[in-house]
Write a protein that binds this ligand. Structure first.
Ligand code: BEZ
Length: 233
């Protein structure tokens, strides 16, 4: 099974470092990002999970819950979390101009036990080209963006040999959340604050309604068609 955009993400019962729960109930009405890893105590996964932990407040600000998955046991995950926190370095908390080092508290998001690779297989996350030390095919680096309606809004699939870019994961989340709120699309390399594009299916009447400050229409293209409509939101 591989999940398509718009399909409901299955309500798996998950055994995690934060206990056993059903995914939908745990997500409540928030956005969710489920991301998978080949294994604990592996170098690239360590860089990714440490970075995700550092960015936990940025995801929380976006009303989004993170949940990792790695093909190892809960006991292994708990041991590895100590490495992840040490690798990520101390936490720094700033109030106004004053910053201080604070001890690591609990790891900021759960990691799912998929030691039997049941979820990895069900979600089509097995990479047939990469093998672990026992000769078993590795789990790829998948990312599922789940909306508050539990539907898949976007997904990424990287091989085990390429670490993901968490700035891009945040950027994609920002684009998904903005386009869930307004009839817009975001152009190449867009980031929060940049102009957005008005897609072709938005009528002139809807332009008036959603973009009262108006849109810029680029007409100096060879076709002369005014299909490039940009707005600041
Ligand atoms: C890693 O996380 O470093 C890794 C895991 C499996 C294959 C390649 C790299």
């Amino acid at each position: 099974m591989s999940l398509r955009l718009g399909e409901e993400f299955p309500n798996f019962t998950l055994n995690t470092t934060a206990g056993k729960f059903q995914l939908h109930e745990w997500l409540g009405n928030k956005w969710g990002i489920l991301f998978s890893h080949p294994a604990d105590y592996t170098p690239v996964c360590t860089t990714e999970l440490s970075r995700a932990a550092k960015l936990a407040p940025d995801f929380a600000k976006r009303n989004t819950k993170l949940i990792g998955l790695s093909c190892d046991s809960i006991d292994n995950h708990h041991g590895w979390i100590k490495d992840l926190q040490a690798y990520g370095g101390p936490n720094i908390q700033c109030t106004g101009d004053t910053c201080k080092l604070v001890p690591h508290g609990e790891f900021p998001f759960p990691i799912i036990d998929d030691s039997e690779r049941k979820l990895a297989k069900q979600l089509g996350m097995i990479d047939p080209a990469e093998f672990d030390s026992k000769g078993l095919p590795l789990t790829a680096r998948a990312v599922f963006f789940i909306g508050p309606d539990k539907k898949v809004k976007a997904s990424l699939l990287y091989p085990a040999t390429t670490g993901r870019n968490f700035d891009e994961i945040l950027r994609l989340l920002d684009s998904l959340q903005l386009s869930a709120r307004l009839p817009i699309a975001t152009p190449v390399d867009w980031k929060v604050g940049d102009k957005v594009m008005v897609p072709p299916n938005v009528t002139d009447a809807d332009v008036q309604k959603h973009f009262p400050q108006g849109v810029e229409i680029k007409k100096d293209l060879p076709s002369g068609k005014g299909y490039i409509r940009m707005a600041q939101v």
